[in-house]
Design a protein around this ligand. Structure first.
Ligand code: NG1
Length: 540
């Protein structure tokens, strides 16, 4: 199982490039980073840590309902070159630069300015768990926050309760994952930073605990430092992806990741709608509201199915399905029900969600008022508010439990169907039609996902609807929004021999791309193959 594998450490760049399984020419970028590091810090880097961004092919807004998703790493990535900083023998006057674990972090992108910071040891109380190091991470969006977030976990896991001190580090960062577009540049930054600090402090090759699974968990914890409460999809995709495959990630009963080869003959094209959706700003009517609606929907559904739920329990839709079917093997590390059983019960749920329409409602939207929703939950108003409203702010007069759950169950089923098509095609071997039939089926599932996201989950927007339609018109097998939605990126499955024509056509027809060309255009629309997860290059 790939979670138990070690993080690949390459000493030959040719092996590393080959492992990425991509067509991009990495040589220039890696050479440039290495040379630039030498110019700026006067010494060669000792390591380069690499972590890719990710694109979710299918399975939107179902990870927090604990259903499996199908992302993959993209070719675009974050690279961090680093080296331990020599501390002069004569007592240094410039303490900040030579204190244990001090960091000088630079970025090739000039708008991200040079940062110098030093973690501060704090008192460790052995009786209770108290972290041993503190790093100031301000609330404002700052590039170095992600570097610090990665460092935090390394310091506290490896330099607490030991006499060994972290080394002072010089680092130079570069990235090709567009920020704020739903391609998880933040997860890539945190994974790369965690890896860089592990490598530089000799923890990567000595500690047998540092498996891919361990790095995913560390990166998830670390990313919480920048205020992102993530379910693990982004980090798992960035660490565990393998070339040419999508990664089936499950969250329940446990976090697992297993690759399924994407049939050959198509590549992915990511295209930014250029509509900016800031999850934090729109959360009250968007992301957080959807989390509440799906959670309340789960409780109401459990009630109608006769599944027992504790008064304070925030049961998820996946757990309701498990309890309803008396699922076994759900303890830590358990595998739960098999895929066929899950597909069967998901089909049944399509009918069961009817119970989430408020009684007597004839409105096609089937929204419940707060009073109706509380009554449907079976909780007192006080209990309801404490369980579902006290931890998050939402802004709505009607809560669309039926439509949200309908999307979640249908999307969870589409994920399993997509994966099954990929696995079956791989088992069948080369197809006479060059996989056209199976790629069309995969595209159809992506289109259905887009329709469900737009109509039932209402997380699309005019721009995403238009861009996905233009992509289909330009020859994509399928096209859908990816990530949270309400703006951000789309992903399209495109015949590999038509990629250039496809990009040209979309760039000519999608109005916001007017006037863009060259690098500016390739920032917003680019092809990628499913790539490999994080790795480290070690210099001689
Ligand atoms: P994006 O928008 O790509 O960051 C977000 C969530 C995912 C998932 C998707 C919707 C974070 C960090 N990521 O993705 O976990 O819920 O929305 O499928 O919040």
């Amino acid at each position: 199982m790939s979670a138990q594998e070690r993080i690949p450490v390459y000493t030959d760049l040719k092996d590393l490039y080959a492992s990425l399984g991509t067509s991009l020419d990495h040589v220039e970028r890696w050479n440039n980073l290495t040379e630039e590091f030498e110019t700026r810090f006067g010494t060669k880097p000792t390591y380069i840590a690499r972590a890719p961004g990710r694109v979710n092919l299918i399975g939107e807004h179902i990870d927090y309902a604990l259903f499996g998703v199908l992302p993959t790493a993209i070719e675009r990535d974050i690279l961090i070159a680093c080296a331990p900083r020599e501390v002069p023998a004569i007592s240094p006057t410039d303490e900040e630069h030579h204190a244990p674990g001090s960091v000088i972090a630079e970025n090739l992108q000039p708008k991200y300015t040079r940062q110098v910071f030093t973690p501060i040891p704090t008192n460790v109380d052995e009786q209770v768990h108290v972290e041993g190091w503190h790093l100031e991470i301000p609330h404002q969006l700052r590039w170095e926050n992600y570097v610090k977030a990665g460092y935090y976990g390394v310091l506290n896991e490896y330099f607490t309760g030991t006499a060994t001190q972290p080394l002072p580090v010089d680092m130079l960062v570069t990235g090709s994952v567009p920020a704020g577009s739903g391609l998880s540049s933040s997860a890539a930054m945190v994974v790369a930073s965690t890896l860089a600090f592990l490598a530089i402090n000799g923890k990567l090759e000595s500690d047998t605990d540092i498996t891919k699974g361990h790095l995913v968990k560390m990166s998830m914890e670390n990313e919480k430092r920048v205020g992102v409460n993530s379910g693990g999809m982004d980090q798992a995709a960035s660490v565990m992806s393998v070339p040419s495959s999508v990664l089936y990630i499950t969250f329940y009963p446990s976090l697992t990741a297993s690759p399924a080869p994407l049939p050959t003959g198509a590549v992915l094209v990511c295209a930014h709608s250029l509509k900016v959706s800031d999850k934090a700003l729109t959360a009250k009517k968007g992301y957080n509201l959807r989390v509440v609606e799906t959670l309340v929907g789960a409780r109401v559904l459990a009630r109608t199915l006769g599944v027992a739920v504790g008064a304070r329990e925030k049961i998820t839709l996946r757990e309701v399905v498990g309890k309803f079917t008396a699922e076994t093997d759900v303890g830590a590390g358990g595998a739960g029900m098999d895929v066929d059983a899950l597909m069967g019960v998901l089909q049944k749920m399509a009918a069961a969600v009817e119970a989430l329409k408020p009684p007597g409602s004839t409105d096609a939207e089937f929204g419940a008022t707060m009073e109706e929703m509380v009554a449907m939950s079976g909780l007192s108003a006080e209990e309801f508010h404490e369980v579902y409203m006290s931890w998050v702010e939402v802004d709505a007069t009607h809560f669309k439990l039926y439509k949200r759950a309908k999307h979640v169950f249908s999307e969870a089923l589409r994920v399993l169907q997509f994966r099954r098509l990929c696995l079956d095609a791989a088992a069948a071997g080369p197809a006479a039609d060059g996989n056209v039939a199976v790629l069309k089926d995969l595209g159809r599932l992506m289109n259905e996902s887009q329709t469900s996201c737009a109509a039932d989950f209402e997380c699309s927007c005019e721009e995403l609807d238009e861009l996905t339609q233009l992509a289909r018109d330009a020859g994509a097998y399928g096209s859908r929004l990816t990530g949270a939605g309400w703006g951000g990126c789309t992903v399209s499955l495109v015949p590999e021999d038509q990629v250039e024509a496809f990009i040209k056509k979309v760039s000519e027809t999608y109005p916001p791309y007017k006037g863009l060309d060259g690098e500016a255009l390739s920032e917003v629309i680019f092809a990628t193959r499913p790539s490999s997860g994080a790795c480290v290059y070690k210099f001689d």
